[in-house]
Design a protein around this ligand. Structure first.
Ligand code: FES
Length: 261
């Protein structure tokens, strides 16, 4: 069983995105200064533009990791993440075209640069808005706590025939959960007052990650819109979800948790 970082999202993502945002906007501002006051500001804008594109490439790496591994599959957040990524690509395209134009012309038309970068910054605002929504509404990149200050746990297990070992009986306290990836399945292992339970990490409303929600007295609540499900049989206890979640058989033997898919 392999553990990934105990953090729901790549910890470098929120740090690294600050740099391209600052450099993109700085490029536009220095080109405006070059147009308004002196062409000497073009040199700073040129270097900021190179820095912005390099920083954007670096920030895209944890972004891609979050998109693939953290954003729940088949969810509204996945669609939002796709739009966020494509909008960022548009930003890169406009600033790259501006950079090429600048590099090929000794005396560039600054208004063309400002126009290209201005459109890029408009895309940047939309990309930032969607990125913020992914964090604040979809809770990608938050660091949740369960009852008893339990921390986020995520593990990867190779799928196999028969029962699969997914943990030990003492690793979770009551009302704590962990997310286990078995092949391409995301399964929540949860401990309630009645023992352990296993269920799909997919809210049937819009695909929220139930492992990122809260559990109390055998009921798990989705963090996105508050649907509640029984962790024992998957029935809906409160909407907006209408369909039950899928549950799995889990048993304990010699201190180990054994999951049947
Ligand atoms: S996704 Fe809406 S309640 Fe879970």
């Amino acid at each position: 069983m392999k553990s990934r970082a105990n953090f729901k999202g790549h910890p470098l993502h929120p740090i690294l995105v600050c740099f391209p945002i600052a450099f993109y906007i700085g490029t536009l501002l220095f080109d405006i200064l070059a147009k308004t006051y002196s062409p000497e500001f073009l040199f700073t804008a040129y270097n900021l533009e190179i820095a912005a594109l390099i920083a954007a490439g670096i920030a895209a790496i944890p972004g891609l990791v979050d998109y693939i591994y953290t954003v729940p599959p088949k969810s509204t957040a996945k669609k939002r993440g796709t739009k966020h990524a494509l909008t960022n690509v548009c930003v890169i395209i406009f600033f790259t075209v501006a950079l090429i134009y600048r590099a090929k012309n000794e005396d560039p038309n600054i208004l063309i640069l400002i126009a290209l970068e201005g459109i890029g910054v408009i895309f940047l605002v939309f990309a930032g808005w969607m990125g913020g929504t992914l964090v604040y509404r979809n809770q990608i990149g938050v660091d949740p706590r369960y009852a008893d200050a339990g921390k986020w746990k995520e593990e990867y297990v190779e799928p196999s025939e028969g029962e699969i070992e997914v943990g030990t009986i003492n690793e979770l306290k009551i009302n704590q959960m962990k997310l286990v990836h078995v092949g391409d399945k995301r399964i929540v292992i949860a401990r309630s007052e009645k023992g352990y339970a296993a269920f799909n990490d997919h809210c049937t409303h819009r695909g929220g990650s139930l492992a990122g929600g809260a559990m109390i007295c055998g009921t798990v609540q989705c963090p996105w819109h508050g649907s509640q499900f029984s962790v024992y049989d998957g029935t809906v206890k409160a909407g907006p979800a209408k369909m039950p979640i899928v549950t799995y058989a889990l048993r304990e033997e010699n201190g180990k948790l054994l999951l049947s898919l």
